[in-house]
Design a protein around this ligand. Structure first.
Ligand code: ADP
Length: 214
């Protein structure tokens, strides 16, 4: 059977990860976050993990070949439907996805459109659970008690790359290298756009109706 693959696409902090978690629960997709896969490698403390950490901490992209290898080790597109969160991030990755990974699966790309200034503020206030990967915001979505995860009680942390300097780099990279991927999917008639400045539930409803309509 042809599987449906959903690509969430947008600048850092646009809300892809939070919505992805909801879609996993609601529709039974598997969540594939290249950022989470890379951070898991960093956590292992391997030589590879150390090289990845240098790239992430500078707000630069990890090389395409390595990402492809990590994806191949974590994916089965013939068997499962995924939410892609953070991939593809440049045209070469988009081409690889279509040529080497999709194997004829249906694909829908959803772009989270939002103003950059809002994003920088969101990201520097972001807190993450290292165990269940739940995402919080000090201002708009704080944890219920102190800096502890509501779901698994682990102490929350701020990602080392969520500081203003690195964020500005990541935004620049998004505009120069990642945003051309928008046109890639548009030309193939696969692109849908949501207004990511709305509140969580409205964005969720829009995404839901996109997924149900394709
Ligand atoms: P955000 O969407 O907030 O930038 P991610 O968790 O998706 O956060 O990514 C964190 C970092 O991991 C990126 O800045 C980059 O260094 C690296 N990364 C994630 N996905 C990719 C990818 N597809 N290709 C190259 N590097 C990636």
């Amino acid at each position: 059977m042809k599987q449906k693959q959903v690509i969430l696409f947008g600048a850092p902090g646009a809300g892809k990860g939070s919505q992805a978690k909801y879609l996993v629960k609601e529709f039974g997709f598997k969540h594939l976050s290249t950022g989470d896969i890379l951070r898991a490698e960093v956590k292992k403390g391997t030589e590879l993990g150390k090289r990845i950490a240098i790239k992430i901490d500078k707000g630069e992209l990890v090389n395409d070949q390595l990402i492809l290898e990590l994806l191949k080790a974590n994916l089965d597109l013939q068997q499962d439907s995924y939410i892609f969160d953070g991939y593809p991030r440049n045209i070469a990755q988009a081409e690889t996805l279509c040529k080497e990974l999709l194997h004829g699966s249906d694909v829908v790309a959803i772009y989270f459109e939002i103003d950059v200034q809002v994003l920088v503020e969101r990201i520097v206030n972001r807190l993450v659970c290292p165990d269940c990967q739940a995402i919080y915001n000090r201002v708009s979505h704080p944890p219920k008690v102190g800096l502890i995860c509501d779901y698994c009680s682990s102490p929350l942390y701020q990602r080392p790359d969520d500081n203003e300097e690195t964020v500005i780099n990541r935004m620049k990279l998004f505009h120069e290298v990642t945003s051309p991927v928008l046109n890639f999917f548009k030309e193939r008639g696969k692109l849908h756009v949501v207004d990511a400045s709305q509140d969580f539930d409205n964005i969720r409803a829009e995404i839901r109706s996109i997924i149900e309509s394709v």
